[in-house]
Design a protein around this ligand. Structure first.
Ligand code: NAD
Length: 681
């Protein structure tokens, strides 16, 4: 092979093999995945010039595009460059520049093949779409997708135009509107790639395919199912598909996210037009989207998340965790044990009741079954992972475990007793963490003989779904304990946020005044529909009264009382919530609360106003949506400011991440404190 150009800044090189197959190889040395920075795109442009020259001179017969990194193709555009775009015109111009470059790939006089190994996202996928033929390696790391919608934009380097033309509107919308990835198997099924091969032979196969394409012996295989052909190729079919997709988007986002709606418009408007016109429509839409506050906020959240994923805990080396134990096999314990098992950690699950252990195991098995059903793992893999969970009624074997997570009932006396037992059963090296959601970590620590080895590891319910873990630093917790639990949370694919011990830690403390305010709004005469509706409109995933039902009205009352004890008047429980005690309503788990859960779709429990008696006015009175929103959301903002003042977290970014990942605070608002900043003092 001869190497004709290397551009270290551009991180892209060209090699030509003896038989005239050119290879463009992406391999930047500074960052882990290949990113399409401005410099890389310029480098690519220069290499395409060379390929064209080589092709017209007859030296180059075909081109293969690949990555030099094992298991990582191209992760997309450089998101840090988004911030520099200040107008829609600039955004559109940026998109057009990328499109022009990819049009050159599309119009190469020789066959062009993408050989995809590993993660292939955004601009990487769009580059592959501009090629004549796509081959991907069949390995778990290979994931092909267009995640732009998650950043509030659309694929603007030709992806919104080319993907529907390649695989049909229906399959394309499934990917573009959700921003989800396809593995090699799915990509082949929908026609996004032409072949999937074992990673060991990917580049040999790409080479052979290049020669076959030159000889005219290979063609793209693509056959759309009949229904998809109707939905894509006929006017009425297309209209039905797009209007259904729009209804779904509006329902799921309450119209708060402009990008998916713009994607549908672009696909509708550009249908049947020549590619240049379609690309122009796409570029215009990208320009308009990239400067919206929604996109700016989503990019901000993305950057916060990336920073959180990279963060370590104060440069302290964490202990390695191979064996773990979970004490308490309830709702949380079962979920935590299952999560450990999925990450290769052998885990003992201890309870005092055999029936609780059976329930914990069943819970874990159900989670595995769901993954099998969704084809996320095979039965065999699930079986192997399930085998890692050992149900036990005593502390045998605890001496060898590296970490114990305590998840017994929420009572200080019980926790202290259990933690003392656990500590005496474990080795000196074992780090013990409590999953308490409301009790003092420092107080629990005070009864231990190795208090430094103890801290909090607060998961949220349901464990397998909620990304946040609060790592709680007690007064005597060592940096090593905190670092170990932090690293463990990351290994479990969670987003850990370190918080100082204090009532409600971070998320529950900020949420408490918000839930309280919902009770006060009820006392002031607003209806359940108005209160929850206003906050759903704001973008919360569920209204506060519905959330109280989910938490359980008894649990919420109990938590509310301890918050009021800790913080005094500003968290005094409203009479509405207190007067519900006599009603014995429990919320969802009891079938009734603010809503009635008899049917699939919960309905407002209209009898509740009567049960609330004198704590609500006889006549409902309308409080405006904006007043409801302001009262509830500002209560959270004020508490978040106090959390910062009290030094519970390191900075405002931690609060923003924790509220998004722990409560579903709307990402398009960029986080609670970023939203506060957007309003100003
Ligand atoms: P749960 O009632 O479902 O389970 C508690 C389990 O602990 C039961 O199986 C019980 O038999 C067992 N247990 C009691 N005493 C024990 C002992 N001495 N030794 C071993 N096991 C014992 O409770 P849960 O909802 O899983 O909550 C567990 C912990 O997690 C609590 O501290 C709770 O505050 C916290 N938490 C709960 C949630 C939630 O939404 N459920 C969320 C975050 C944190």
């Amino acid at each position: 092979m001869t190497q004709s150009e290397t551009d270290s800044q551009a991180a892209v090189t060209l090699e030509v093999s003896g038989d005239g197959v050119a290879w463009i190889v992406f391999d930047n040395h500074e960052s882990r995945p290949n990113i399409l920075t401005r410099a890389t795109m310029e480098g690519l442009s220069r290499l395409l010039d060379e390929v064209v020259t080589g092709a017209s001179a007859g030296r180059i017969r075909a081109l293969v595009i690949r990555s030099g990194k094992d298991g990582s193709f191209i992760a997309g555009a450089d998101i840090n460059e988004f911030g520099g775009v200040t107008t829609a015109a600039e955004g559109a111009a940026g998109a057009r520049a990328g499109q022009q470059l990819y049009l050159r790939i599309d119009r190469m006089p020789i066959p062009v093949i993408a050989a995809i190994d590993g993660i292939c996202l955004g601009g990487g996928t769009e580059m592959a779409l501009a090629c004549d033929y796509r081959i991907a390696s069949d390995r778990p790391e290979t994931k092909i997708g267009l995640p732009e919608v998650r950043l509030g934009i659309l694929p603007g380097f030709g992806g919104t135009t080319r993907l529907p033309r390649l695989i049909g509107n229906k399959a394309a919308l499934d990917l573009i509107l959700t921003g989800s990835n396809a593995d090699a198997r799915k990509a082949l099924k929908v026609g996004l790639i032409d072949e999937r091969v074992h990673p060991a032979v990917l580049y040999d196969r790409a080479h052979a395919a290049a020669i076959e394409l030159v000889a005219g012996k290979l063609q793209n295989v693509k056959s759309k199912p009949l229904l998809n052909r109707f939905l894509d190729d006929t006017g009425p079919g297309r209209k039905v598909l797009l209007s259904q997709a729009k209804k779904k988007v509006v329902k799921e986002t309450r119209g708060k996210y402009p990008a998916p709606l713009a994607i549908l418009d672009v696909i509708d408007e550009s249908h049947g037009r020549p590619i240049e016109e379609a690309l122009d429509i796409e570029a215009g839409a990208l320009g308009r989207l990239i400067v919206t506050p929604e996109s700016r906020n989503l990019v901000h959240v993305f950057q916060l998340m990336e920073a959180a994923k990279k963060a370590g805990a104060h440069g302290v080396k964490p202990h390695e965790v191979q064996r773990a134990a979970v004490v308490g096999a309830g709702v949380m314990g079962g979920g935590i044990a299952q999560l450990f098992a999925t990450r290769g950690i052998v885990v003992r699950m201890k309870d005092i009741r055999a029936d609780a252990l059976s329930n914990g195991l069943r819970h874990a098995q159900e989670l595995f079954d769901k993954q099998i059903k969704r084809r996320k793992m095979t039965k065999r893999e699930a079986h192997q992972q399930m085998d890692r969970i050992a149900p036990v009624l005593d502390y045998n074997g605890f001496r060898l475990v590296d970490v114990v997570v305590e998840a017994v009932i929420e009572r200080m006396d019980v926790k202290k007793q259990v933690l003392r037992e656990v500590e005496s059963a474990c080795g000196d090296h074992t780090i013990i963490a409590t999953n308490t959601s409301s009790l003092s970590v420092s107080e629990m620590q005070s009864v231990l003989s190795r208090p430094a080895n103890f801290c909090g590891m607060h998961f949220f319910n349901p464990v397998h779904k909620m990304p946040l873990v609060e790592v709680v630093r007690g007064e005597q917790s060592s940096d090593e304990s905190v670092a170990t639990i932090f690293a463990l949370a990351k290994r479990l694919d969670k987003i850990p946020v370190i918080v100082k011990d204090g009532p409600g830690f971070l998320v529950n403390r900020v949420l408490a005044p918000y839930l309280n305010e919902a009770g006060w709004l009820l006392s002031d005469g607003a209806s359940i529909e108005e209160i929850d509706g206003a906050l759903l409109d704001f973008g919360m995933p569920m209204g506060p009264l519905r959330l109280l039902d989910e938490v359980g009205l008894d649990v919420a009352r109990h938590a509310g009382t301890s918050m009021a004890e800790a913080f005094g008047q500003r968290l005094t429980a409203p009479p509405t919530i207190l007067s519900l005690e006599a009603s014995k309503l429990l919320g969802r788990k009891g079938g009734k609360g603010f809503y009635s859960y008899a049917d699939d779709e919960p309905e407002v429990n209209q009898d509740i106003y009567q049960m609330l008696g004198a704590s609500v006015p006889q006549q409902r009175r309308t409080i405006s949506r904006s007043d409801i929103e302001t009262r509830a959301v500002f209560a959270m903002i004020n508490e978040a400011a106090r959390v910062l003042e009290d030094g519970i977290v390191a900075g405002p970014g931690d609060i923003d991440i924790a509220m998004i990942t722990g409560t579903g605070f709307p990402p398009f608002r960029g986080g609670l404190l970023r939203y506060a900043d957007s309003i100003g003092m």
